[in-house]
Design a protein around this ligand. Structure first.
Ligand code: TYD
Length: 206
């Protein structure tokens, strides 16, 4: 595979979409072809799974939830991500398997290693070349969400203790794979974060 696979991770309200948009613009200016996508919901099938997993009323058993995210991921990687990477393009993606490990693993009751193995099976072992982790403490995350919207999806509605475990889950992943991760403080000004991201990505372009 000749392309470049970049993922953005972090809690809700950390500014992933803003940073993805800025990085996409810059990459296009560098002459790159960019596929900007997200999980869950990067395909038609994924959009249906997204509605189920985020907006369905009532309880979803933790293993079922993990499988739904993994099913979305398997289809997305097979039909969107791998084909783009095979064409030599840059895939810029909002959330990937680290979200499953942090939310379904560290945040819930499942074993994070098993959750990761499930996603690796689903994707045929596809790992990103770079993962930008926008790190934000759970109370800042909560106040950004409060300011931005009126209703929460199933995960956003979880208590702060859940989001604290998710945050720690992401930080543990970054510590385990420092060469893949760039951890950035999400409370810094948007332009400063964007410059740091560009610096890291610039070194990876052909
Ligand atoms: P996201 O699309 O980032 O939310 P929004 O568009 O509302 O900002 O992600 C949706 C939610 O799904 C988010 O709370 C994190 C969760 N999620 C998981 O729990 N596991 C996963 O594997 C993924 C990809 C997302």
């Amino acid at each position: 595979m000749a392309g470049l696979f970049i993922t953005l991770e972090g809690g809700d309200g950390a500014g992933k979409s803003t940073q993805a948009a800025l990085l996409e613009t810059w990459l296009r200016e560098q002459g790159e072809t960019v596929v900007r996508t997200r999980e869950p919901g990067g395909t038609d099938l994924g959009a249906e799974i997204r509605t189920m997993v985020l907006h369905r009323r009532g309880h979803i058993a933790p293993r079922a939830e993990a499988l739904l995210y993994a099913a979305d991921r398997a289809h997305h990687v097979a039909t969107v991500v791998r084909p783009a990477l095979d064409r030599g393009e840059v895939v810029l993606q909002d959330r990937y398997l680290d979200s499953s490990v942090a939310y379904q693993g560290a945040g819930r009751v499942l074993d994070p290693t098993e959750v990761r193995e499930l996603s690796l099976w689903a994707t045929g072992d596809l790992l990103p070349d770079l993962t930008v982790l926008l790190d934000l403490d759970e109370s800042s995350s909560r106040s950004r969400l409060d300011a931005a919207r009126t209703g929460y999806d199933r995960l956003e509605a979880e208590p702060e203790s859940f989001h604290a475990r998710v945050r720690q889950g992401f930080l543990d992943l970054a510590e385990a794979e420092p060469e893949r991760f760039a951890v950035l403080d999400a409370t810094r000004p948007v332009d400063d974060i964007a410059a740091l991201v560009r610096e890291r990505v610039a070194g990876m372009l052909n």
